[in-house]
Unconditional design. Structure first.
Length: 154
């Protein structure tokens, strides 16, 4: 008796009945849930989950991003004074003075991806993939709006 026939006999003997294909919807896509901070690495942006830390607003998330990153990662975020506000899929970061990033750099990506994730956690009906972040320095032109996907896999 072949392996497949033997396996089939064993399964039938245990009461397991064969079934057809069961549809389960679309495969999972997009960013996962939960607060994460994004850091730079040689391979691009990397998400690090926030464990055992409550964050109640977007400015608090940016403050955490300015702290020492985990080993092997780099934080390129250099913000002096700032405030961050969000409503629905829109987030705005007001920055005192000039912003040092070009808008297409990993530091900007850290800010955008971290705030997109935070906005989706703070407003659970909002998908992180849909959040658009605009940076508004008090000196110079506004940058964005950007989505996190603009910075991933670069």
């Amino acid at each position: 008796m072949g392996t497949a026939a033997l396996l089939g006999a064993v399964l039938v003997g245990c009461g397991v009945q064969p079934t057809g294909v069961i549809g389960a919807g679309e495969p999972a896509s997009g960013l996962t849930r939960g607060m994460r901070l994004y850091y730079a690495s040689a391979a691009g942006l990397r998400a690090v989950p926030l464990i055992d830390q409550e964050v109640g607003d977007l400015a608090g998330v940016l403050k955490l991003l300015g702290q020492e990153p985990p080993e092997g990662l780099i934080s390129l975020v250099r913000l002096g004074g700032y405030s961050a506000t969000g409503s629905g899929t829109r987030v705005t970061v007001s920055i005192e003075g000039l912003y040092g990033g070009s808008g297409h750099d990993q530091g900007t990506g850290q800010v955008v991806c971290t705030l997109a994730r935070a906005q989706s956690v703070l407003e659970p009906k909002v998908r992180a993939d849909d959040v658009e972040v605009t940076l508004r320095p008090s000196e110079g032109a506004a940058l964005g709006p950007y989505r996190c996907a603009d910075f991933l896999n670069r």
